[in-house]
Design a protein around this ligand. Structure first.
Ligand SMILES: Nc1ncnc2c1ncn2[C@@H]1O[C@H](COP(=O)(O)OP(=O)(O)OP(=O)(O)O)[C@@H](O)[C@H]1O
Length: 251
């Protein structure tokens, strides 16, 4: 088996400031990798470099044997539409607020070549059900949805095309605790059922405890510890991880 994604010595600087540096890891098919760290630790910078939204200053990113950084922009965009998906923290960044829920889901299918209106609508309806949105909301705009519903719609829009690799940026951030718990449950089921490979960025250790097989801990733009999630959280080796874990336990 070869890794789905291989990252080596990735670096991104903002002038003299380090966004992230020296980041190396492999992501295996069907694996969920959590990236944790406090605000400013470099999580978002790393994710946006991986997802192709920012160009790193150094390092390599290999996806399924292909050099992502050397790819033509059009090829990278095609990947982003088909094999990759990106769930943003704020649903409005990942949805089109001016079109219906059904169109939000259907649009991704059309972008991958589906043309039959009846099939697209049926798939959208099926996916609304899978993310626990009532079918009679299919023609409503996401702006009339609650925050939790918008996030579930964003997930449906992203997963309807059956991607292989999903980038998730604080997918439960900004939601009520009970809404978070339901969303996490839903995500966990979908990730398992679809065998997705996921990179999930969060500052919330409870999220990675539930979802991630493996964990990378970042501070100051660097990875200071990585390993199996339970191992890292139950027996943290690096002083920063120990602080992160103990500060959560005290809350
Ligand atoms: N556009 C930018 N211009 C300049 N510096 C930036 C920019 N974006 C991030 N940085 C800097 O890079 C470092 C890493 O920031 P980043 O946003 O990646 O961290 P983060 O862990 O994702 O934080 P948060 O959880 O608050 O989003 C920080 O020092 C930050 O100030």
């Amino acid at each position: 088996m070869t890794p789905l994604l291989s990252v080596r010595d990735l670096e991104r600087r903002y002038g003299p400031r380090i966004g992230c540096t020296g980041v190396s890891f492999d992501l295996w098919p069907g694996e969920v990798l959590g990236i944790v760290g406090e605000s400013g630790s470099g999580k978002s910078t790393l994710l946006s470099c991986l997802a192709g939204q920012q160009r790193p200053d150094a390092g390599t990113v290999t996806y399924d044997g292909r050099d992502v950084l050397a790819m033509a922009e059009s090829d990278r965009r095609r990947l982003a539409r088909t094999e990759w998906a990106h769930v943003h923290q704020h649903a409005r960044d990942g949805l089109r607020m001016g079109v219906s829920a059904g169109a939000n889901v259907g649009e991704r299918l059309m972008a991958t070549g589906h043309r039959h209106y009846g099939d697209i609508r049926a798939a959208a309806l099926d996916w609304l059900g899978r993310v626990e949105i009532a079918g009679d909301r299919i023609d409503d705009r996401p702006s009339s949805f609650s925050g939790g519903m918008q996030q579930r719609l964003q997930i449906a829009r992203n997963l309807v095309t059956g991607p292989r690799l999903v980038f998730m940026d604080e997918p439960t951030g900004g939601l009520d605790v009970s809404v978070q718990a339901r969303l996490l449950d839903l995500l966990r089921g979908l990730v398992r059922d679809m065998g997705l490979s996921v990179i999930i960025v969060t500052h919330d250790l409870a999220v990675v405890r539930l979802l991630a097989d493996r964990l990378m801990v970042m501070t100051g733009g660097r990875v200071v510890e990585q390993g199996l999630t339970d191992q890292v959280l139950d027996d943290p080796q690096h002083a920063y991880t120990q602080l992160l874990v103990s500060s959560v336990l005290q809350v």
